[in-house]
Design a protein around this ligand. Sequence first.
Ligand code: HEM
Length: 475
Amino acid sequence: MATLGIVLLPGQNFLLLSAIVVIAAFVWHYLRRPRNLPPGPRGLPLVGSALSLGERPDLTLKDWAKTYGPVMSVYLGPQLTVVLSNAASAKDAFLKQGDAFSGRPEFPMFDAIINEIITDSNITSGNHGLVFSTGKLWKEQRKFALAKLRGFGVGKVSLESKIKEEISILLVAIKSTNGEAFDIQPLLNTSVCNVICSIMWGNRFEHHDEQFKILMKALNQEIIYDVLKKTQDAHIDTFDKGNIRDFTDAYHHEIQSEKRKPHEKTFTDMELLFVIWDLFMAGTETTSTTMRWAMLFMLKHPKICRKVQVEIDDVIGGGRLPAMADANMMPFTEATIMEIQRLGNIAPLAVPHATSEQVEFRGYTIPANTTVMSNITAIMMDPTYFPNPERFCPERFLDENGRVIKNEAFIPFSVGRRVCLGESLAKMELFLFFTSILQNFDVKLPDGVMEPSFEGIFGATWMPKPHKICICARE
Ligand code: HEM
């Protein structure tokens, strides 16, 4: 190459070209940034700030918010993302401007997975079910699911008795460990999953049932679709519109009553599969992981554990299982569960939202299709609302008369239109499982272990690393 009278050797040619590409990438990176965005780190071309997030993105983002403020913009790869790091900004967005802030980002990887799993249909997009759907489909599915979950007993005594049946079986299984160290996760997963089975299909499974074992194993695998489809098809074979037994029947009835043209319908057999899939995925690991954190916190704070047990003994005694009606009379236990959820915090960045249109927010302009994340870790560790936030202290949720008080930054289920659809069910399960275990057992560390480990794995949820504990019959 000979330009401006300069002659370059082949190696220099390559260097020059690389330099031009890098400079162009930086110029493009800075110029493409839309005007009037919230402040935030500039990051690098193409990857943005994604490589700086580390193993705990929630903690890194919490740290960055100290510099850039509670509403900050970050490029994660090429994706513009707005991060909300205090309760007020999350509520302003998801509650006050919920119309614009309740979409979900597109996940090309998710679409690819769906394509891979579902081979017998022409489904190509991820806009299905409850968790990742948007627009009219999401609104209709969510409204239906909420109404039917209520109809099939969520928040009512009818479901409570099913949860208690599950708990009785769990307690027998725990007792059979004879105080030996064991991993409680599979037992908890099975019990919680069975509660969803009861609502979806009207029946529970024995822990050793082969079909149930396949379902449990499938939950995190590609065969989940086939397993759910087989169960659903068998269920629908016995459908009788005069006898709606469960969620699946109610949904099937809705499909049959749909009068809209095929392309306008959102209630279909395929959609039912996605909805059930979402309820299993969102409703199993979340609750059982919170219970695993609960056991660890009780091991770490035996005095608090003892105080909960004293309250259980006073209000319930030992002659019957705990009931939801007891909760009002057990403020310390309620406050302890809240503190477990605050520090156990299983959904540190919740589920990302997206803007459905360009929106003016707190003086900034946020373009359509921007990903919006609420940093639940930052919100539930905010010292303005939780003084000394690292400390495990149930009393922070009690007033001077020992009554439970609300704290507006306590949002483990998120807020607004996309608030966790299973919140009532999860609260029922957490109270009944937690109190029933502590009513009957003491939690202990295995021989030779001095401290419970709070090391976790940051994945779909923030969960404790696999560990063993001893659960011994109370003396
Ligand atoms: C301790 C237990 C649980 C916690 C901490 C939890 C937390 C959350 C959070 C943070 C979200 C995201 C909300 C948002 O996008 O702003 C969510 C969504 C959701 N959760 Fe839960 N969850 C729990 C249990 C459950 C259970 C038991 C079910 C169902 C049976 C469930 C079903 C769902 C569904 C369907 C969504 C998506 C809602 C939507 O996009 O409209 N969750 N949950």
